[in-house]
Design a protein around this ligand. Structure first.
Ligand code: CAA
Length: 377
């Protein structure tokens, strides 16, 4: 597929590129070192409009298409993948509401998120990650309300979210068919934030436990119908996984750019190291993986723009792009040697950031399972 950007997409990409270079890059190592969420930087990016870009026009957003989201997420991911993930998780929360197709809910959540709110997707629990349908957070109907009890973990934006999309079971014996999805707004009594993760990578994103103790929400906060929560989560994740792939492409490109720059300047045995065939072959492989990953991301996103189901394509994209990011960043560190391993250059951080892409939003082993299920249909 030829990836040809429109004039508008190029302008948007350049705007993001300038913002990342001027307003984000200079502060990354400080926040990475501290493992702190740079709220002011996020706020600045929101002021420039890099927020909730996919909220439909009919709900007051700009309804950016998925392909253009690819361009933006790759550009942010090249410099600071955590920032792209933060943006993605707000989108993932919104996407679940959109899947529910209830206009009142969509507008209510859009109105909370658009002025600068964060969204969180609360599916994973300490005892259920890959086997998401075995979750334990319970929900009980009580009059016109639902009451939630349980704990979620590894929730991106969990400490800052204004809207939480929470998955809970009516009865564990029902498996996936017992799961319901709810909108839980910040400040709801019984909702609290627990332990913050001290992570290897993506240290500028917020990841934490979210606890629900007798959290009472009105029936109007149920997404879809009772028992439809698991499908809502999976449909949300379809798009999330493709977005995830785009960010991983950004990681690849960030590592390739840094490494090529270095290989042209660094001399050994009388020549720039890019002229050594052993290094050149590695660089060419890095480019192959990056371009192939990009193609898969654009393929999944273009299909989503056409309104097609992308379960398989998103899983293929997420799996390949994440593996590519891990390989490309590891090779970049190898080519740059001691300097690559040093925090003076960006590739060691990109390598740390890349690892989680093989794990979150469904491990790459789970993606293979999803691909296989779709093949067997
Ligand atoms: N779209 C719509 N419906 C779907 C679907 C999809 N993509 N995938 C599954 N379903 C439906 C199925 O059709 C089935 O419905 P029917 O019985 O009516 O046919 C139902 O959901 C159950 O599906 P499965 O039988 O396939 O369910 P399963 O229990 O075997 O699990 C799984 C499937 C793919 C392993 C799933 O559990 C999974 O994706 N696990 C990984 C979870 C995950 O990605 N977690 C990450 C959370 S986000 C995160 O990391 C934190 C963060 O903040 C970023």
């Amino acid at each position: 597929m030829a990836i040809v950007l429109t004039e508008e997409q190029i302008q948007l990409r350049d705007l993001v590129r300038d913002f990342m270079a001027g307003e984000v890059k200079p502060y990354i190592s400080e926040f990475d070192e501290k493992g702190e969420f740079p709220l002011e930087i996020y706020r600045k990016s929101f002021e420039l409009g890099f927020h909730c870009l996919d909220i439909p026009e009919g709900n007051g957003g700009i309804g950016l298409d998925n392909k253009t989201m690819c361009v933006i997420l790759e550009e942010i991911g090249k410099v600071e993948p955590a920032m792209a993930i933060t943006m993605l998780c707000t989108s993932l929360a919104m996407k679940c509401v959109l899947v529910g197709k209830n206009q009142e809910q969509i507008q209510r959540v859009a109105d909370i998120l658009m002025p600068g709110g964060f969204g969180a997707f609360c599916l994973t629990e300490p005892d259920s990650g890959s086997d998401a349908a075995s979750l334990r957070t319970s929900v009980v109907k009580d009059g016109d309300d639902y009451v939630l009890n349980g704990s979620k973990c590894f929730s991106t934006n969990g400490g800052y979210a204004d809207v939480y999309i929470v998955f809970a079971t009516l009865d564990r014996k029902l498996g996936a068919k017992g799961i319901c999805a709810f909108i839980v707004e910040k400040g709801t009594p019984g909702l609290s934030v627990g332990k913050h993760e001290n992570k290897m990578g993506l240290r500028l994103s917020n990841t934490c436990d979210v606890i629900f103790q007798d959290v009472r929400v009105p029936a109007k906060n149920l997404l879809g119908k009772e028992g439809e929560g698991f499908k809502i989560a999976m449909e949300g994740l379809d798009e999330g996984r493709a977005y995830n792939g785009s960010i991983a492409v950004g990681i690849c490109q960030g590592a390739v750019d840094a490494c090529v720059r270095y290989a042209k300047e660094r001399r050994t045995f009388g020549v720039p190291i890019i002229q050594h065939q052993a290094v050149g072959m590695m660089l060419a492989d890095m480019e192959i993986y990056t371009e192939a990953a990009r193609q898969l991301a654009y393929n999944a996103m273009s299909m989503a723009d056409e309104g097609k189901k992308i379960t398989k394509e998103a899983a293929i994209c997420k799996c390949f792009c994440a593996d590519a990011a891990m390989k490309v960043t590891t090779d970049a560190v190898q080519i740059m040697g001691g300097y690559g391993y040093s925090k003076e250059y960006p590739v060691e951080k990109l390598m740390r950031d890349a690892k989680i892409f093989q794990i979150f939003e469904g491990t790459n082993q789970i993606q293979r399972l999803v691909i296989l299920k779709e093949m067997a249909r």
